[in-house]
Write a protein that binds this ligand. Structure first.
Ligand code: PMP
Length: 399
């Protein structure tokens, strides 16, 4: 008998399963809105010009591939800190932030989870209801009990802010609170600055530990505006918090696995001690991050010219998403479905469309349009060529 005889089949990721079904679909004009990827107007994953410039220069240099330090490329980490906390951040000036390059935003979440488990072994974590499904998986497998707090209000397709405050207010001191900085996945529903300020005050009063996941910085309004939550926590006097950020979307570098974990400590000394523990945690996991993606991001962020080019390209991506949201709402209204106006209020790549599981099934079966069973659609997969198809199908299944 094999040592693995007792292993049972684990259910696959439903979203990846959806993509497989999409690929196998032979109907012309099929559309995949199930993904979590930004596509350009031609339906392609963009390779940003700024990234290409760095990549070509790196290819010409043809440097040997040694290991990076455990915490990654120093130039990457410093540039990341400025982007996440702001150029003039007093926290950075005070040396209170420990940052490590990680294997994507997912790696930052996992290293952050493993770090917290060592420091606060009995703490629980609360995530939004709903949240990115991997939040539960990552923190659960790191040994956390995962609680939820109210977030999405299905009736308004917006934020249940009173419910959120009430639930956060009930958490025990020391509970970790996972917050989406912007472009909430899967709902597209975000807090405004005043609401963030109230959350910051509540978190401070209840002595909770904020863990901010920022996977879409620059995908809604801009680099600084989308980091409002981080900046408000930084200014709050709260001594410790964590930020996981990802460049997968903002640099269109999904497979390069580029992200970072930043831990804010009380002072320089605390940050240095935390960094030593972050490094041990990484060392015991994957040892050190990958070189190429880090070099690309660092190359862009550390060149004034390329950074400006990237910011322009990032702006083009978010403007295209805004245009698709506006176009979808306008065309749906014209097709007799004005109830989708809220799609324009939501932010980022995703929208909780309010479509039911049965409607999503009909979209797939009758119209070859793929969406997640929860009704989540990727607005960033729409373009002028597929928008009418999608709108007509959504209007038809909504009648
Ligand atoms: N957090 C959220 C909310 C996400 O949506 C994603 C990506 N889907 C991640 C983290 C992980 O990012 P990465 O692909 O860089 O691991």
């Amino acid at each position: 008998m094999s040592h693995f005889a007792a292993v049972e089949m684990v259910p696959g990721d439903p979203i990846l399963g959806l993509s497989e079904a999409y690929v196998a679909d032979t109907r012309p004009g099929k559309v995949n809105l199930g993904v979590g990827i930004y596509y350009d107007e031609q339906g392609r994953i963009p390779l940003l010009r700024a990234v290409r410039e760095v990549e070509q220069a790196l290819a010409l240099e043809a440097k040997p591939r040694g290991y990076l330090p455990i915490d990654g490329l120093a130039t990457y980490n410093v540039a990341t800190q400025k982007l996440v906390f702001g150029e003039d951040s007093p926290l950075l000036a005070a040396g209170r932030v420990a940052t490590a390059q990680t294997i994507g935003g997912s790696g930052a979440l996992r290293i952050g989870a493993d770090l917290l488990k060592q420091v606060l072994p009995i703490a629980k974590i609360a995530i939004s209801n709903p949240s990115w499904e991997n939040h539960r998986v990552v923190f659960g497998s790191a040994g956390f009990e995962v609680l939820t707090y109210a977030y999405y209000d299905a009736a308004t397709h917006g934020l249940d802010f009173p419910g959120m405050l009430a639930d956060l207010g009930k958490l025990e001191p020391g509970t970790v609170v996972l917050l989406h900085a912007c472009c909430h996945n899967p709902t597209g529903v975000d807090l405004n600055a005043e609401q963030w300020q109230q959350v910051v005050e509540l978190v401070k009063e209840r002595k909770l530990l904020p863990f901010i996941d920022m996977a879409y910085q620059g995908f809604d309004v801009g680099i600084d505006a989308d980091a409002t939550a981080v900046r408000l926590f930084a200014a709050s006097g709260i001594e410790a918090f964590i930020v996981a950020n990802s460049y997968s979307k903002s640099f269109s570098l999904y497979g390069e696995r580029v992200g970072a974990l930043s831990v804010v400590g009380k002072d320089r000394d605390e940050a240095a001690r935390v960094l030593s523990l972050v490094k041990r945690t990484i060392r015991s996991n994957y040892s050190s991050p990958s070189t190429h993606g880090g070099a690309l991001v660092s190359g862009v962020l550390n060149s004034t010219e390329l950074k400006a080019m990237w910011e322009q390209e990032l702006a083009e991506m978010r403007e295209r998403i805004h245009a698709m949201r506006a176009g979808m709402v306008e065309k749906l209204a014209a097709a007799g479905a004005p109830q989708f106006a809220f799609i324009q209020e939501q932010a980022g790549m995703f929208s909780y469309s309010g479509l039911t599981k049965a409607q999503v099934d009909r979209l797939r079966e009758e119209y070859a349009i793929y969406a997640v069973g929860t009704g989540r659609i990727c607005v960033a997969a729409l373009n002028r060529a597929n928008l009418d198809t999608v709108v007509n199908a959504v209007a038809a299944v909504s009648r």
